[in-house]
Design a binder for this molecule. Structure first.
Ligand SMILES: O=C(O)c1cc(=O)[nH]c(=O)n1[C@@H]1O[C@H](COP(=O)(O)O)[C@@H](O)[C@H]1O
Length: 308
């Protein structure tokens, strides 16, 4: 598959001088992995030794020269972790090694992870594959794609070859429609971003966005994204109830979620986890309140307890 080749190329970058640094997190990721036991089956993982390898189930994982292999296992060979996947933890840490370490500390408390732009050059796709294939986690790849339709379609077609659950694009109808074309034939769900939760009306003015009530604009963007075929939308929990009431409403995923007393950071339109779920949200995305906590697992468990 193309997805396999892309990762092999990245892992083989050692010979390319300036790309040496980009390859390092990948090598470390699989070094770290060998020392972890998560909540999942003890399957052979990807360190590369140049000879064909077999999984613990006897499956051929293939071999690769000086790199690792992107493995997609049949669903029946994976151990899916059964958890409350309404909570999606944003792994906004610098690289795949730190992401794997954090996921290890969260263990079976968290079943759904978001990997975003901050990890694009730090092994994000390798981590996505690792968490999905080897640890049974669900994966939300947050790329917020925006471009002409043909380019978005091509990008999504490539990403759809990875075993991902959600992918973000901007919620503009031409972007959503192109992304859906690119995802055709896969299980990848396309989520359209409405208005970022870190923005308020003054930010929209600064960006020369349409005048009017931000709440209404967000709901209207959600409606247009759904009409263009989006499987879901990203909004603030504050708009969720009105978006849930739209005809044809589908998945609603909300960042901008803060447990009571948590620092807002750069988020402006926030609600608590319980308020978000009460507003009809399917999944909440929480980053800093979990990964910056002294005890991330306890922080995640406290959020989940609030949802119960
Ligand atoms: O698409 C997103 O995930 C997203 C959209 C949005 O409107 N606001 C928003 O914060 N996000 C992402 O959600 C995460 C929120 O992180 P925290 O603010 O640390 O909880 C970050 O990874 C953001 O990139």
């Amino acid at each position: 598959m193309l997805g396999h080749h892309a990762l092999l190329v990245l892992a083989d970058r050692d010979g390319l001088g300036g790309l040496q640094e980009a390859a390092r997190p990948f090598r470390e990721l699989f070094h770290v992995h060998r020392q972890y036991s998560f909540c999942k089956a003890p399957v052979l993982v990807a360190p590369c030794c140049g000879t064909p390898r077999s999984g613990s189930d006897g499956s051929d994982l293939g071999g690769s020269r000086g790199g690792f292999k992107h493995v997609i296992r049949p669903a029946e060979q994976r151990r899916e972790c059964v958890m409350d996947d309404r909570l999606i933890v944003a792994l906004d840490v610098p690289n795949a090694v730190a992401g794997l370490d954090l996921a290890g500390r969260l263990g079976d408390a968290v079943g759904f992870y978001k990997i975003g732009l901050g990890m694009l050059t730090g092994g994000g796709l390798a981590l996505a594959n690792e968490l999905k294939q080897e640890h049974g986690k669900r994966i939300f790849l947050d790329m917020k794609l925006f471009d002409i339709g043909a380019t978005v379609e091509a990008a999504v077609r490539g990403l759809a070859q990875f075993d991902l659950d959600f992918l973000t694009v901007h919620g503009d109808p031409h972007v959503v429609a192109a992304a859906k074309q690119g995802a055709a034939g896969s299980n990848l769900k396309i989520l359209g971003v409405t208005i970022l939760t870190s923005l308020d009306r003054a930010d929209l003015d600064a960006g020369m966005m349409q005048a009017g009530d931000l709440h209404q604009i967000t709901v209207e963007r959600a409606a247009r994204a759904f009409e263009a075929g989006a499987d879901g939308i990203i909004c603030s929990p504050r708009e969720a109830a009105d978006i849930r009431a739209l005809p044809g409403s589908r998945l609603i995923v909300t960042p901008g979620v803060r447990p009571a007393g948590s620092a807002l950071g750069d988020q402006k339109r926030v609600e608590t986890p319980a308020s978000a779920i009460a507003a009809g949200v399917d999944h909440i995305v929480v980053g800093r309140p979990v990964w910056q906590a002294a005890d991330p697992r306890a922080a995640a468990q406290a959020i989940l307890a609030e949802l119960a």
